[in-house]
Design a protein around this ligand. Structure first.
Ligand code: 6R9
Length: 586
């Protein structure tokens, strides 16, 4: 089918197009829209909450929390400022210093938001951990971050942290949001807050001080901790305004979990710095529940992901038609390719097309987007934002890059230098350096640009897997499977899936003395689920006699994928053994 451009007629862009789009752009001008700390310096939490209170908007609702059992709690900007002040004072009392890492392992509960803002207020570094991670990914991230404090729930602590505490010497304090922690090094989050003052003056933090640590994955090695600084708030606020069309008083719902970058950049910072009311739903996806939230909360701006959109499409537009979604002004999507069908479906079912946006953990904020005032080309990620220079490049073997012409396929690159660009991978200078060539940040995504400057996603240049919007590194899963006594070798691929985009499929070669069987397949999947968590464990597992490897011993996941999908095997010259996956079963 030939998808035609969705034109932004005055009707579609009602009410009045975003005036911010009309002003000439510079990062200096965007920075000048921030208030800054009263005594000088820049702090994300000040811009997000304290500033709104100082401007007289303290009684506005900052956070509207919808509990999974039907509870409903609202926090005004003033209340969020006070609670985060108390947490900041509590951290000070525990002796936490600026630059120290504070991890939060929790679902979408109010304490997470309070902890994030309080952490930023004392100049410490907020590091969210996805609550569906199993004990192994949690341990790896706590250890790598050298977190001194962990905020979590009693259940998550019991299941994922308690038994590993001895292996985490830096972790001094575990604060339970719903328990009293009758053991050394574990205490109650609320008891800590209760004794503290509502007042806190944010000390000087410089724009380049570390603020956020987000773990992300590459093809090889353990997860990488991408570091972001307070200056990133310039990009969060600007993109919230220009891309998501956020205005003061808007009701805004970001469905991303704050365990991942979208749930922080656009689930906390962008909406609060723009004076919006943030809707947080604690429950997992449910089509009827989601439509009910859009309708009842009168959501104006909605940011979600292709996996959810596909599930809504499956549930049928009929579910939406009985709802009054007239408050919805803007809908956007991120995290995976958004198929043209999804864009157009939004228009039919919700009355608003989905606007695809593209960015990464490393870029910190949206870089390429279909903006409110720009025509949408369904299937395209949109155009680079003001202040962002993008290109399609080919890496030269001798170093440097060639910039390619429109229509050519290559790697998406961004000219380094915007405020939310990551400032490093924690303790891994070399990997950070490798991301940059001749002043360009190389994204690892393959794409093409058309003659009008719209970018079209083609795939990843490496082996990372996006499943249900979550970026997973194959190495982390392979390492866990290798711990099982029957496993000799393991290789993971992303296998296309109608809903999740990709699911994780494992290929496993067994040690001598072990034979493939259904029972063993189930055992291995169960083993991976227990350690990694259901969101990260492979959904399918196939036994193979041998895994294809390069001469240097690297698993050639590209070949596993090609064989699985019936694609041409391509260049086999690097193959060491001649075994692109002969299965012992067939
Ligand atoms: C924000 C986030 C980044 C990777 C990125 C790309 C994929 C993100 C996309 C998209 C196609 C889009 N991705 N947005 N692919 N179209 N609109 O998702 O960060 O978890 O670091 O993932 O996600 O492959 O490189 P992160």
């Amino acid at each position: 089918m030939n998808w035609t451009t969705i034109r932004k007629t005055p009707e579609l862009s009602e009410p009045a197009p975003n005036p911010a789009d009309a002003t000439p752009f510079s990062w200096e001008a965007a920075r000048a829209e921030l208030e800054g700390l009263p005594g000088g310096g820049l702090n994300i939490a000040h811009e997000a909450v304290d500033r709104q209170v100082r401007a007289g908007h303290g009684e506005m609702i900052a956070l509207r929390w919808l509990g999974k059992n039907g509870e409903r709690r609202e926090f005004s900007y003033a209340e969020l400022a006070r609670s985060s002040n108390r947490f900041a004072n509590g951290l000070n009392r525990l002796g936490i210093q600026r630059g120290d890492r504070i991890c939060v392992l929790a679902g979408r509960i109010p304490e997470l938001y309070i902890a994030a803002l309080g952490t930023l207020k004392i100049g410490a570094v907020f590091c969210p951990l996805f609550s569906a991670f199993g004990p192994e990914p949690v341990r790896v991230r706590l250890a790598k971050s050298r977190a001194r404090v962990l905020v979590t729930t009693a259940l998550l602590h019991e299941r994922k942290v308690r038994a590993q505490r001895a292996a985490l010497p830096d972790l001094e304090h575990v604060l339970l949001t719903d328990g009293d922690g009758a053991e050394p090094g574990v205490c109650s989050f609320h008891a800590l807050l209760e004794t503290e003052s509502n007042q806190f003056a944010i000390p000087f933090t410089a724009p380049e001080d570390w603020a956020l640590l987000h773990f992300t994955s590459g093809t090889t090695g353990s997860p990488k901790g991408a570091i972001h600084v307070h200056d990133a708030v310039v990009a969060h606020r600007m993109t919230g305004r220009r891309v998501l069309d956020l205005r003061p008083g808007d009701i805004y719902w970001c469905t991303a979990d704050p365990g991942w970058v979208t749930g922080v950049s656009y689930g906390i910072i962008a909406p609060l710095t723009n004076g919006a009311t943030l809707v947080v739903d604690e429950a997992e996806f449910d089509a009827s529940r989601w439509y009910a939230i859009l309708e009842r909360e009168r959501v104006n701006v909605w940011y979600t992901a292709p996996t959810a959109i596909r599930m809504l499409m499956k549930a049928g537009a009929g579910l939406a038609r009985n709802r009054d979604l007239s408050a919805l002004r803007f809908a956007a999507s991120v995290g995976e390719p958004l198929h043209p069908e999804g864009v157009v479906w939004g228009l039919e079912a919700l009355g608003q097309p989905f606007h695809d946006t593209w960015w990464q953990t490393e870029t910190g904020a949206i870089m390429i987007a279909n903006t409110p005032t720009q025509d949408i080309r369904p299937g395209s990620m949109g155009r680079p934002l003001p202040g962002i220079e993008a290109a399609i490049v080919r890496r030269r073997t001798e170093g440097g890059v060639d910039l390619l012409e429109p229509g050519a396929e290559g790697e998406l690159a961004l000219r380094a230098g915007w405020p939310s660009l990551f400032r490093g991978y924690l303790d891994d200078e070399e990997r950070y350096r490798q991301c940059f060539v001749a002043g360009w940040y190389l994204t690892g995504d393959l794409a093409t640009r058309d003659a009008d400057g719209y970018y079209w996603f083609l795939g990843r240049a490496d082996d990372v897997i996006k499943t249900a919007g979550h970026l997973i590194g194959p190495f982390e899963i392979e390492s866990v499977l290798l711990e099982h006594p029957a496993v000799a070798e393991a290789g993971m691929i992303g296998k296309p899936d109608d809903f999740a985009g990709q699911i994780i499929k494992a290929f496993v070669a067994l040690k001598p003395g072990h034979a493939p069987s259904d029972a063993l397949r189930k055992e291995l999947i169960g083993f991976a689920r227990t350690r990694l968590g259901p969101a990260v464990a492979p959904r399918e597992l196939e036994f193979v006699a041998d895994l294809p490897k390069t001469r240097s011993g690297k698993i050639m996941r590209r070949l596993l994928r090609a064989r699985e999908l019936g694609l041409p095997l391509g260049d086999l010259s690097a193959l060491e053994n001649n075994a692109p996956g002969k299965t012992p079963e067939n």
